[in-house]
Design a protein around this ligand. Structure first.
Ligand code: PLP
Length: 497
C-alpha cells in the first residue's frame, strides 16, 4: 500500500502565505486556518494507490447476456419519458448501476472493463476516492456562491494557470464543454473586433447554435450554420485530399487553400481558427505533425487567433495537460472539460495573458460555473494526476496501444488504419484496404460483440473509438485489446473475410 496524503505543497503555501497576508493574520497559527469554517480547499484523505486494480480472472464478468432483462426494463421506462438518446444507447441500452476504477456494473449483475471513461470523461477511473471525497466535502459546506471567490476556487484557478503551458493564465469556469466553447468564441470576437470563424470538416464543438456552427452540420443540427462560420478541409494522413507525388500528405497545399478561401469566401475578418487538436467524435483523426506549427504561423501572420478546443483531448488524455503540447504549439485560448473534473461537470475557457482581460467585457460568468463542488472535483483531479504520475502513465499506455494496434492491423484485413496518442485511440475498419471504403456494418458488429464480452466502449460507425481510463495498467489495457481483437476476428469470419 502506497498511501497518498494531501496536502499539496502549493495549496498549503497559498493558504499559509497569501491568505494570511491578505487577511492581516500573519501570526495566526496554520492549524486554525486549516480547521476554520471551510477555508481548507480539500479534505485530507489517505488511500491505497492500488485502489482501482482489478483481478483480471474475474473482470469482465458476464452473468447475463447484455443488455439483460432489468436493463431493458429500466431503459424502456426511462425512454418513455426521456427523448433524444444518443445512437450509442439506442444500439446497446444497458443500464449501469455503479462504477469503480476501471470497471462498470450493470443492473443485471454484469461487470465490464471500461474503455469509454463515460465519454472521454472519467480518466482517473470511476469514483476516485480523492475526487469523490473532495466533492462530498463541499456538498456539505457550500454548493453555490455564484462567481464570488471561494478558497477552493482560488486554489483551482492558481493551479490551472500553473499547469497549463506558456502564459495561458486567464481562466473562466463553466459547467459544460459547450458553454466553454461559446465563451471562447465570444472571447475571440471581443479580443479581435472581428466576427468570423473557421473550423474544419468533421469537427465537433458542442450542440448550441454557436458551437454547432463550427461543426459538421447534419439535418439534426437544425436549419443553417450561423452567418460568419466557415469550414475548411483538415489534413487527415489516412485520407489526404492534397498529397505529394509519393502519396504523402502535403500540409502546404491545405494552407494555400485556406489563404484562397479567406480571400474568396469571407470578408477577411477572421477572429479565430477553432479546432480540435485531434478530432474525437470524427474518429480520432490525427493531424500530420507539421500542421499545427504551420497553422500557428499562418494565424500569426494574419492576426487570427487560434482557439484550441481541448474539451476532449486535454487534462491528460493524450499524456500531456494539453494535446497541443505534443507539437510545441501554444494556442491563444483553449477550452478544457471532460477529464477536468473526472465526471463532475466542470469546464473552463482559458486565455493567454495578452487577451485575458477580454473576459471582463463579455459578461463571462454563469450560474454554476466554478461552484465549490466543481472546483473541488477539478482541483482534486489535477492533484491526482500529478501525485500518481498519470501523464507518464498515459504516454506509456499509448506506446503499448500503438504497438498492439499495429499487430492487430497485420492480422486483420478489415483494419485499414490505426492511430492514437496516449489513451485516445482509433481503429478504422474498411471493406478493402485499397479503396478504403468505410465498413459500417463491421463497426456495428465489433462494437456489439465486444460489449457482450464485457467491454464498455464508444462506437463511431466504421471507426472504433477507445478512451480507456489513464489510471489503467498495461495488463488491464491488454485485456481490453484482447476483447476487441477477438470481436474483430469473429466479425471477419461472419462476413467472409
Ligand atoms: C471537442 C469537444 N468540444 C466540445 C464538446 C461539448 O462538450 P459538452 O458535451 O460537455 O457540452 C465536446 C463533447 O463531446 C467535444 O468533444
Amino acid at each position: 500500500m502506497r498511501p497518498c496524503r494531501r496536502p499539496s505543497r502549493r495549496v498549503v503555501d497559498i493558504l499559509t502565505g497569501e491568505l494570511i497576508r491578505a487577511g492581516g493574520k500573519g501570526s495566526e497559527p496554520m492549524s486554525e486556518l486549516m480547521t476554520g469554517a471551510g477555508t481548507w480547499p480539500l479534505p485530507e484523505i489517505s488511500y491505497d494507490r492500488d485502489w482501482c486494480r482489478i483481478d483480471l480472472e474475474t473482470v469482465p464478468n458476464m452473468v447475463t447476456k447484455p443488455p439483460g432483462p432489468r436493463s431493458r426494463e429500466m431503459h424502456a421506462r426511462a425512454a418513455e419519458v426521456m427523448k433524444g438518446y444518443s445512437g450509442q444507447v439506442r444500439l446497446f441500452p444497458v443500464c449501469f448501476e455503479s462504477g469503480r476504477g476501471v470497471t462498470l456494473r450493470d443492473v443485471d449483475g454484469n461487470t465490464y472493463l471500461d474503455f469509454s471513461s463515460g465519454i472521454y470523461v472519467t480518466g482517473l477511473g470511476h469514483c476516485h476516492p480523492k475526487v469523490s471525497e473532495a466533492v462530498a466535502h463541499w456538498a456539505k459546506r457550500l454548493m453555490n456562491a455564484h462567481d464570488f471567490t471561494t478558497p477552493v476556487k482560488m486554489a483551482l484557478l492558481e493551479k490551472t494557470a500553473q499547469i497549463l503551458p506558456g502564459d495561458l493564465n486567464g481562466v473562466q469556469l463553466y459547467d459544460s464543454g459547450t458553454t466553454a466553447v461559446e465563451a471562447g468564441l465570444r472571447l475571440c470576437r471581443g479580443a479581435t473586433g472581428r466576427s468570423e470563424f473557421i473550423s474544419c470538416y468533421m469537427d465537433f464543438h458542442g450542440k448550441s447554435l454557436g458551437s454547432i456552427s463550427c461543426a459538421r452540420m447534419t439535418r439534426m443540427s437544425g436549419s443553417t450554420r450561423m452567418p460568419g462560420f466557415y469550414m475548411v478541409p483538415r489534413p487527415d494522413v489516412y485520407h489526404p485530399l492534397w498529397a505529394r507525388d509519393d502519396g504523402s500528405l502535403d500540409t502546404e497545399r491545405y494552407l494555400a487553400f485556406y489563404e484562397q478561401f479567406i480571400d474568396e469566401a469571407t470578408t477577411g475578418q477572421i477572429a479565430a481558427f477553432v479546432l480540435e487538436p485531434i478530432q474525437g467524435w470524427a474518429g480520432t483523426i490525427m493531424p500530420p505533425d507539421d500542421f499545427f506549427p504551420k497553422l500557428r504561423r499562418f494565424c500569426d501572420e494574419r492576426g487570427i487567433l487560434l482557439l484550441a478546443d481541448e474539451v476532449l483531448t486535454g487534462m491528460g488524455r493524450t499524456g500531456k495537460w494539453l494535446c497541443m503540447e505534443h507539437w510545441g504549439v501554444l494556442p491563444d485560448a483553449v477550452t478544457i472539460g471532460k477529464g477536468f473534473g473526472n465526471g463532475f461537470p466542470v469546464t473552463a475557457c482559458v486565455a493567454r495573458e495578452g487577451i485575458k482581460e477580454t473576459f471582463t467585457r463579455i459578461s463571462a460568468s454563469t450560474s454554476y460555473g466554478g461552484n465549490p463542488m466543481a472546483c473541488a472535483a477539478a482541483l482534486a483531479s489535477i492533484e491526482v494526476i500529478e501525485e500518481e504520475g498519470l501523464l507518464g502513465n498515459a504516454l506509456m499506455l499509448g506506446r503499448y496501444f500503438t504497438r498492439r494496434m499495429a499487430k492487430m492491423q497485420e492480422a486483420h484485413p478489415i483494419i485499414g488504419h490505426v492511430r492514437g496518442l496516449g489513451c485516445l485511440l482509433g481503429i478504422e475498419l474498411v471493406k478493402h484496404r485499397a479503396s478504403k471504403e468505410p465498413f459500417e456494418e463491421a463497426g456495428r458488429m465489433v462494437y456489439v460483440k465486444a460489449f457482450e464480452k464485457g467491454l464498455a466502449w464508444i462506437p463511431a460507425g466504421h471507426i472504433l473509438r477507445m478512451s480507456p481510463p489513464i489510471v489503467m495498467n498495461e495488463a488491464e489495457a491488454a485485456k481490453g485489446m484482447d476483447i476487441i481483437d477477438e470481436a474483430i476476428g469473429e466479425t471477419e469470419r461472419e462476413l467472409g473475410y
